[in-house]
Ligand binder design. Structure first.
Ligand code: UDX
Ligand code: UDX
Length: 460
């Protein structure tokens, strides 16, 4: 097909990663045509509407600018593959729920299916780029599938993991700390890598575009997420000790964070980390270590997940203990259901665990969130108990015995807590799972305040 565009790029998988990443490439590179395909027609329809399937600050504007010009969303995967020079694969790789490695290993069935589809629909050589997070050596498996019909067509498989975080995806894509591209150390590998470097070099300084061998690239993505999650579990582990010793975890975090060797980011103690990546990727890493017989290394990384589970559990037990060991019939309001602020995503959110446990204690729940109520409703579908969904935080807290802050939405920092207090059942409790409100002010208003990693402030 003759085309006015310099490159024809395809992305398979129009999710949280594929959608925004391709929107940014199209926006920065008007000379390329970018097609995004997905097996889910509803997702594609949403990408083509004014209500995009994901909430991400700044995304709407970029999509509005390029959609229909050089960015296209369709369900025609076969044609997309046929026409493409470069194919990014960003289909999901959830934790396996069955068979060997269930609950730990990555489920690669979508990957393999996609590789076979690429093979079936291709009539020319292509570069295949792994965008999804994958176990190390997946590229090898992919290459084997792609070479299985002995045709003259050459597929070069590269790894280019995505490091964007939700809520800041556009910022992270526009100005990344680094871009990583891994290739086979062969002539064709290097040639293909140059083509991917060329895409990013349209807006990212060359010194921030790292290249490596393909296995380092695949592994770096898992390790980056494991390190980030480990920092949170480290500070969360210390938060429990702070609660026992009258130390203040925020002060400890500030004191250690000013050591440039430690650094001050990702040291916010919380109700626990969530999101689609951290737990999945650590378990994937753990499984990988075990499969090589590295059990001590596997145990080390697995403990990051154990601490996270412990933190969530501890949060609920603290609530129960503080509220006189009974929650039956009490109305509790969750401020936030998203796994972090500035996203409507609720995958692996600690809110889901907290909600379930509170309902098991026969509490009545009011779930409030500025963006995630639709997903919350889906997540809680089928769970027994009384649940209300109310977006407005003032209406949500009215008549409640307690508020639990689960998501660090900026909105919750600036509410009129005097007004909220006066509308609540007394004694009124607030459990700040993110340490985002002024605990002394809330205490003075009349709340019994339970922060993370600091002694509680109570009126009795
Ligand atoms: C991505 C990566 O794929 C994952 O490995 C990484 O760890 C996190 O980021 P994400 O974009 O968040 O996942 O996943 P999701 O939003 O579920 O998007 C995946 C999309 O792929 C979905 O829209 C799904 O419909 C689509 N898909 C899945 C296909 O188009 N074909 C398939 O065979 C399977
Ligand atoms: C993460 C990685 O940051 C990103 O590089 C990767 O590509 C995908 O996984 P994401 O899951 O979108 O991104 O969000 P992130 O900001 O990392 O937060 C993950 C979880 O940790 C959230 O639940 C967040 O609230 C929590 N968190 C983060 C803390 O509890 N404390 C902190 O100090 C930081």
């Amino acid at each position: 097909m003759e085309s006015a565009f310099q490159k024809n790029i395809l992305c398979i998988g129009a999710g949280y990663v594929g959608g925004p990443t391709m929107a940014m490439i199209a926006y920065k590179c008007p000379q390329y045509r970018v097609n995004v395909v997905d097996i889910n027609p509803i997702r594609i329809q949403e990408w083509n509407s004014s209500e995009l399937p994901i909430f991400e600050p700044g995304l709407d504007e970029i999509v509005a600018e390029v959609r229909g010009k050089n960015l296209f969303f369709t369900t025609d995967i076969d044609k997309g593959i046929h026409d493409a020079d470069i194919i990014f694969v960003s289909v999901n790789t959830p934790t396996k729920t069955f068979g060997v490695g269930a609950g730990m290993a990555a489920d690669l069935q979508y990957w393999e299916k996609t590789a076979r589809q690429i093979l079936r629909c291709s009539e020319s050589s292509k570069i295949i780029v792994e965008k999804s997070t994958l176990p190390v050596k997946t590229a090898l498996a992919m290459e084997r599938i792609l070479k299985s019909d002995n045709s003259h067509i050459h597929f070069e498989v590269l790894s280019n993991p995505e490091f964007l975080a939700e809520g800041t995806a556009i910022q992270d894509l526009e100005n990344p700390d680094r871009v990583l591209i891994g290739c086979s150390q062969t002539e064709s590998g290097f040639k293909a890598m140059e083509q991917i470097v060329e895409i990013y070099a349209n807006w990212i300084p060359k010194e921030r575009i790292l290249t490596s061998n393909i296995w380092s690239s695949e592994l770096s993505k898992l390790v980056a997420n494991a390190f980030l999650a480990q920092r949170i579990s480290s500070i969360n582990a210390i938060s429990e000790l702070c609660e026992k010793t009258e130390a203040d975890v925020k002060e400890v975090a500030r004191a250690i964070g000013m050591d440039t060797r430690i650094g001050n980011k990702f040291l916010n103690a919380s109700v626990g980390f969530g999101g689609s990546c951290f737990q999945k990727d650590i378990l994937n890493l753990v499984y990988l270590c075990r499969s090589y017989g590295l059990n001590i290394v596997a145990d080390y990384w697995e403990s990051v997940v154990s601490i996270n589970n412990h933190q969530k559990e501890r949060f609920v037990l603290n609530m129960l203990k503080a509220m006189f060991n009974t929650l039956a019939g009490k109305k509790i309001c969750l401020f936030g259901f998203a796994f972090k602020a500035d996203t409507g995503d609720t995958r692996e959110t600690p809110a889901r665990y907290v909600a379930q446990k509170l309902l098991e204690e026969n509490a009545e729940l009011v779930i409030s969130d500025p963006q995630a109520l639709q997903n919350a409703q889906k997540d809680m579908h089928g769970v027994t108990g009384k649940i209300h969904y109310i977006k407005d935080p003032y209406a949500a807290a009215q008549g409640c015995h307690a508020i639990a802050i689960i998501t660090e939405w900026d909105l919750y920092r600036h509410l009129d807590y005097k007004k909220i207090f006066s509308s609540m059942n007394k004694p009124a409790f607030i459990f700040d799972g993110r340490n985002i409100v002024d605990h002394n002010i809330l205490f003075d208003i009349g709340f019994n305040v339970y922060p993370i990693g600091k002694p509680a402030l109570t009126h009795f």
